[in-house]
Write a protein that binds this ligand. Structure first.
Ligand code: LLP
Length: 431
């Protein structure tokens, strides 16, 4: 179902390259990005905006996967960027990303982060709470500067997704609550301060969402709000940023709508309501992370030991696990895998693909239908491009994997594999 390409040797191919050869060259665990898939996703989003003839920006939510190379790719694709920390901002800056196209998010930006963002010329600061309005306002007043801001609004919508990745519900830690009047109070403060250039609204209702309806509701609420605030305060947003969260298929059972379908519905809703109220049509911004990089990523592992369990599926252990992909352990996330060097072989058994970390919960796939595996086989986990490497850790002092970008038969090493020396780089011998 995932349009896998197999070559004459019955090996999985990504971006025109044999994965078994990639593994020989870079070892495992290895993260591989199919660059043309990333470009296709982006093109899909662009097309739907252009067909609807609206002003727009696509802001890549870089928490899904950030490194110098991906920022440079996004710059080449003319995208904007969403960063959520001084570290992401620094990386974007080092990559040469045009910082005027960066939006800075977060529910607890430090003064140092705000200072760095303003001084670096970050395009938009997304205001999240009252303390932050104070922090930014004071800094701007002290330094005689201005900043473009969006206001993050919590629209009071519970998206149907895992609790940990819902963000638009009323008691979310993010944003100004709409229903209790926080948002309106914030607007008044922002409009009263000439240093804050109020560009518009932002909302993000959650991640890995499969239904259009939550996005339509959020869009509708934001335009209702624009209408209300236009009458009361003569304010109209230039930008409505509806966030990201468009769901992708991880397993054959997942049947997500194409990301463009979500965006089409959002655009139509905003147009319809804006026309109904006689408001100016705002630019529509989206902020997808997962849907841009998720389907383009593969995690390659080498099979090691096997343990039979009477009456249960065997464990087949691989040389990575929760350190390079915590999503199964953290969210019970499901994935599909194939044996990359045995693409012609029938699936003959269901096994549990286990990681090598010292945790019983380190199972990458609970029920993987695979051909019979042997030590040395290469397992490819599919659709791992979002929130895999970006949430990687050095738990158990395993090394973070290398990351390779492939396209048109060419491979580029985006991130080197860590070395043992890297592990103690920051440490002092104390005794
Ligand atoms: N914009 C904002 C303000 C966000 O908080 C997020 C994700 C996005 C955009 C991008 O959402 P996406 O298009 O990637 O769904 N670690 C979790 C996902 C956390 C998402 C956090 N915010 C996971 O692995 O599922």
């Amino acid at each position: 179902n995932f349009n896998l390409v197999t070559n004459d040797q019955h090996h999985l191919e990504i971006g025109g390259l044999d994965t078994v050869e990639l593994v020989q060259k870079y070892q495992t665990p290895l993260v591989v990005y199919d660059v043309s898939k990333i470009k296709q996703q982006i093109a899909g989003f662009k097309t739907v905006f252009e067909q609807n003839d609206v002003d727009y920006e696509i802001s890549y939510a870089s928490k899904a996967f950030s490194c110098l190379g991906i920022y440079q790719l996004m710059q080449k694709e003319n995208l904007h960027l969403d960063v959520v920390s001084g570290g992401e901002l620094f990386t974007a800056q080092q990559a040469g990303f045009d910082l005027s196209k960066v939006s800075f998010h977060g529910n607890n930006k430090s003064l140092a982060e705000i200072e760095t963002a303003v001084e670096a010329g970050v395009g938009i600061i997304v205001l999240d709470n009252f303390d932050e309005i104070d922090l930014l306002s004071n800094y701007l007043a002290d330094t005689h500067q201005q900043a473009n801001v969006l206001m993050r609004i919590t629209p009071g919508i519970s998206a149907h997704t895992h609790n940990y990745i819902q963000t638009g519900q009323e008691d979310s830690k993010f944003g100004f609550d709409l229903n209790s009047g926080q948002a309106e109070k914030a607007l008044k403060i922002i409009l009263a301060n000439p240093d804050l250039i109020m560009k518009g609204f932002h909302s993000h209702i959650g991640s890995q969402i499969f239904e259009v309806n939550g996005f339509e509701m959020a869009a509708e609420k934001l335009v209702d709000l624009a209408h209300d605030w236009y009458r009361k305060y003569d304010y109209q947003p230039e930008v409505i940023n509806v966030g990201g969260g468009f769901g992708i298929a991880y397993t054959n059972e997942d049947k997500p709508l194409a990301p463009e379908v979500f965006v089409d519905a959002i655009i139509k809703k905003i147009k319809e309501k804006t026309t109904e109220y006689g408001l100016q049509m705002p630019a529509i911004w989206i902020e997808p992370g997962r849907s841009i990089v998720g389907p383009a990523g593969y995690n390659l592992y080498t099979v090691g030991s096997r343990k039979e369990v009477p009456g249960k599926d065997a464990y087949v252990s691989v040389d990575g696990g929760m350190g390079d992909n915590i999503r199964p352990a953290l969210y019970q996330a499901e994935y599909e895998a194939v044996v990359a060097n045995k693409m012609n072989q029938e699936t003959v058994e269901t096994v549990r693909v286990a990681g090598k970390y010292c945790e019983s919960g380190d199972i990458l796939i609970q029920q993987a239908a695979l051909p019979k595996t042997q030590p040395g086989d290469v397992v490819a986990m599919l659709n791992t491009g979002a929130y895999g490497y970006s949430m990687a850790s050095n738990y158990n002092r395993n090394l973070k994997p290398a990351v390779v970008f492939v396209e048109n038969g060419q491979d580029k090493l985006a991130i080197k594999r860590q070395t043992y020396q890297d592990l103690i780089q920051l440490e002092n011998q104390l005794y």
